[in-house]
Design a protein. Structure first.
Length: 583
């Protein structure tokens, strides 16, 4: 492991050396983010050039098969080389930061760059911002390890890279900072702010020096807006964004869960299947709208909607097509993020409302553009669930502040309703689906009432189990190697048949009992809970039943063991929240 040069150690203290590395991280992350942007554009431009080369008759064939081919190559990379390069990248960053002191492999970052370029560049309906966050966090973490920083300093380098990557990807330095605090750190700390601010500013300067000062999106006709009655459309638009955003997340998570459980669908082929689905949906939408928005990032059609130039039926088809394509493509294990597709869907949803208002009330086309602007923020707030970021990022990407009041109203309505519909935000839900417990995330949910969260957020997903067919003495020997308080007991088909505490097992053997574990459990009642039960209800169950732990089972199949939760898990989370509030 490298260390700082002697002249740095002599002339600068630890905090100054850390700041020095933050400056380097900001510059590197800016360059990496811009390179990732250019590489995706180059590959997608190549796909479109190949389509044009073959002419109209085979153009649809190229667009149909390109995402599947990209998914196949990506599947090989994700299955045999870099499994952690799947998905968005933001859940991986959260897991590394909270559970592994911020250690993110630079190798994972490299293959994320390659897999993301191939997957998104060939037309898969995913975004580059989440992967950019993962890549830049890996660069920043590796930089800390290379120079021999302490573990806490290496962990602190992750939000630095995360903020710098997002700032360079979106050209949004302010919202990059708020996103880091809302999504990763959960609370605002002045100690963390300084380092993140330095890296974010430098990354944004690098990005703007290469790509220019212009905003990512151009909103037409919104410079001179004054408060008007039509802006009340933000209320139904916020409700629609919340409901459709919830549907999008449900489709993504349910499909992803089914795909992951499938034993007959090879993992290496799943991204290819997702790419083929994108190709079919994208070509269908293209046939009726002459728009490529379903493929890849789709910023060109997004800008067209913000200019108020697309008809309502085009907007609606693009919204539905992008929603289904993105949910299924991500669920199939592709490599890419959700930011860009979510912004795209929000614009199309808002634009549909806007064009409906234009035709119904004979209003100007600038109203359609304004509604598209409002929809972008509301849908982002509903899906990503970072309310401050949802407002600031829209302002920074468009450099337009004329609709601040209806934007705030629509975003908050969408955020509040979506939070009621689903307690756990999408990135945390993905971690839970990957059996990553949130109980080691010290300030999760901050001051919110965490007891209303589902118990799946703190349960142990891979408990040590005993076999019901084993003899009592043999089971005690197995349990002695783990020394847990309690163990679920399963039969030969891995079905749950009971719970055995360690002292019960030891007392049974010392009393001279013989026979199998299953026979001894026949006289005991089994107490179990479901993963969607609230932490509060589970705690009450543990107290009422006078037990220290309880198995978590599927609602559809009570014998299917999903995990175990103990009073220690609940107490640990309570202590973490108390520590968070005391800071």
């Amino acid at each position: 492991m490298k260390t700082f040069p002697n002249w740095l150690r002599i002339h600068f203290d630890d905090a100054q050396r850390y700041l020095f590395l933050c400056i380097i991280a900001g510059a590197l992350c800016g360059l990496v983010a811009v390179s990732f942007h250019f590489s995706i554009e180059a590959v997608f431009h190549g796909v479109l050039s190949l389509r044009d080369h073959f002419g109209e008759k085979t153009a649809y064939v190229v667009l149909l098969l390109a995402p599947a081919f990209g998914g196949l190559v990506t599947g090989v990379i994700l299955t045999y080389i870099a499994p952690r390069a799947a998905g968005s990248g933001i859940p991986q960053v959260k897991q590394a930061f909270h559970n592994d002191f911020g250690n993110i492999s630079l190798r994972d970052g490299f293959w994320r760059f390659i897999a993301g370029t191939i997957s998104i560049g060939t037309g898969n309906s995913l975004g580059r911002e989440g992967p950019t966050v993962h890549i830049c966090s890996a660069v920043s973490s590796a930089l800390g390890r290379y120079f021999g920083l302490a573990r806490r300093r290496i962990q602190a380098m992750v939000p630095v890279g995360m903020g710098a990557g997002l700032a360079a990807a979106f050209n949004t330095p302010i919202s990059a900072i708020t996103f880091v605090f809302e999504e990763l750190l959960d609370d605002f700390s002045s100690k963390a702010l300084g380092a993140i601010l330095v890296a974010v500013v430098i990354a944004a300067v690098v990005e703007r020096s290469i790509l220019g000062e212009h905003p990512i999106f151009n909103v037409g006709g919104l410079d001179d807006f004054r408060l008007a009655w039509w802006m009340l459309i933000c209320v139904p638009l916020g409700v629609a964004a919340a409901i459709s955003g919830h549907f999008f997340i449900e489709m993504l998570l349910r499909t992803r869960g089914k795909v992951r459980e499938s034993k007959h669908f090879p993992a290496v082929l799943r991204p290819a299947a997702g790419g083929l689905i994108v190709g079919i949906i994208g070509c269908t939408v293209l046939l009726f709208t002459d728009r490529l928005g379903v493929f890849s990032i789709g910023y060109q059609d997004l800008n067209s909607s913000l200019q108020g130039t697309l008809a309502w039926d085009m907007l609606l088809m693009l919204f539905i097509g992008k929603l289904v394509a993105t949910a299924l493509c991500y669920a199939m294990g592709g490599s890419g993020g959700l930011f860009a597709p979510v912004l795209f869907m929000g614009v199309m949803l808002g634009g549909t409302f806007g064009m409906g208002a234009v035709q119904a009330f004979d209003m100007g086309m600038e109203v359609a553009a304004g509604c598209a602007f409002l929809g972008m923020g509301a849908f982002f707030a509903a899906v990503i669930r970072c309310p401050m970021t949802s407002m600031l990022i829209i302002f920074e990407m468009t450099q337009n502040y004329s609709l601040i009041l209806p934007l705030m109203v629509g975003n908050m309505i969408a955020y509040l309703i979506s939070a009621r519909l689903r307690a756990v935000p999408v990135y945390d839900a993905l971690l839970i689906q990957d059996h990553v417990s949130l109980k080691r995330m010290p300030s999760y949910q901050g001051e919110q009432d965490w007891r209303n969260l589902p118990v799946s957020t703190i349960m142990t997903h891979d408990p040590v189990v005993l076999q019901g067919a084993d003899e009592l003495e043999s089971a005690l020997e197995d349990a002695a190697t783990h020394l847990h308080h309690g163990y679920p007991v399963v039969n030969e088909a891995d079905g749950l048949i009971g719970m055995f505490t360690h002292h019960e097992l030891r007392e049974a053997v010392e009393a001279g009992n013989s026979g199998s574990v299953a026979e001894f459990l026949a006289q005991k009642n089994l107490v179990s809970v479901f993963p969607d039960n609230s932490i509060r209800d589970v705690a009450n169950t543990l107290v009422m039943e006078d037990v220290m732990q309880v198995p978590v089972v599927s609602r559809k199949d009570g014998s299917k063991l999903l995990g175990i939760v103990t009073l220690h898990d609940i107490a640990r989370q309570q202590n973490a929240i108390d520590d968070s509030l005391a800071r």
